[in-house]
Ligand binder design. Sequence first.
Ligand SMILES: O=C(CO)COP(=O)(O)O
Ligand SMILES: O=C[C@H](O)COP(=O)(O)O
Ligand SMILES: [Zn+2]
Ligand SMILES: [Zn+2]
Length: 359
Amino acid sequence: MARITLRQLLDHAAEHTYGVPAFNINNMEQGLAIMEAARACDAPVILQASRGARSYANDIMLAKMMEALEAMYPDIPLCIHQDHGNNVATCLTAIQHGFTSVMMDGSLKEDAKTPADYAYNVAITAEVSRLAHMVGASVEGELGCLGSLETGHGEAEDGHGFEGALDRSQLLTDPDEAARFVAETEVDALAVAIGTSHGAYKFSRKPTGEVLAMDVIERIHDRLPDTHIVMHGSSSVPQEWQDVFNAHGGEMRETYGVPVEEIVRGIRFGVRKVNIDTDLRLAAAAAFRRVADTSRSEFDPRKFLKPAMDAMSAVCKARFEAFGTAGNASRIKVVPIAEMARRYASGSLKPQTAQSQAA
Ligand SMILES: O=C(CO)COP(=O)(O)O
Ligand SMILES: O=C[C@H](O)COP(=O)(O)O
Ligand SMILES: [Zn+2]
Ligand SMILES: [Zn+2]
């Protein structure tokens, strides 16, 4: 059994300078596809469930599925993470269902739409850290609003995110504020805003530094060398899967994601968790469409879902290899969550920031 906390996994990733993709999961096919890829690559895994995933699949179904995956792949350290928690209850009920890590996204208010101010964000994130750490679970916070530097708008996807205009300062995490935030909230990982957004439509052309601010990652890493940085909206939206999708009746307009090489550069500067949902959705939907289009008499769902799983696995393997995750599963000895709780209580996992050292 190898259920690992995000904190232990990202500490290992930092020590060995690699990144870990965090794949969103809603169903069995995604779970199996990701774990098969992980086994083939000897990679540790982060499976994350959004609030939407929890209501789609039901908490009990998700929890039992995670248990099944853990039993089927005992050699793969498996972190189960709440993606974009909107309040304390969402985070605590996730932990109640066996999640080893939660994101308290206090960059938005509870409606997951309205940008929150700094004081609100600090207060609610610190509260989640205090509670989660008591039981050894890890916490990711977010500072800055996801959205496009190209359009100057926040992003809204599946009812999540702010839709209106934002100025550049709101769309980019401020490194000094990040240092204060980490010291005040004691989060284990920090999600930052650098011009990425959720979903398929991130950039209208291959992004340059103007619209994908990787330099902000470098500045945050300078300020907070020991903080694990999280990149949201990090799908690359592979052209080859867009082509398959469009060749079989899909209508995806021209779009560009986050180039894998930019993520790899981020990993050199403290990016440890890389959130990917869209790429697996796109690969699965494209493979599914191809079967529907080319085998028109087919009606066995497994004949659609197996190619979809293979397509997702291929994307996962490519990311495990590119991010350096591959080969690390067998190098990790999982620390039980109860031991993590003791370490938090002893103070040994407190973030090392200039603020905390001055205090
Ligand atoms: O950030 C994400 C989940 O939190 C997923 O981002 P993508 O939509 O780019 O896959
Ligand atoms: O927003 C993050 C992920 O892409 C999850 O999306 P979802 O809320 O549609 O499940
Ligand atoms: Zn989403
Ligand atoms: Zn996200």
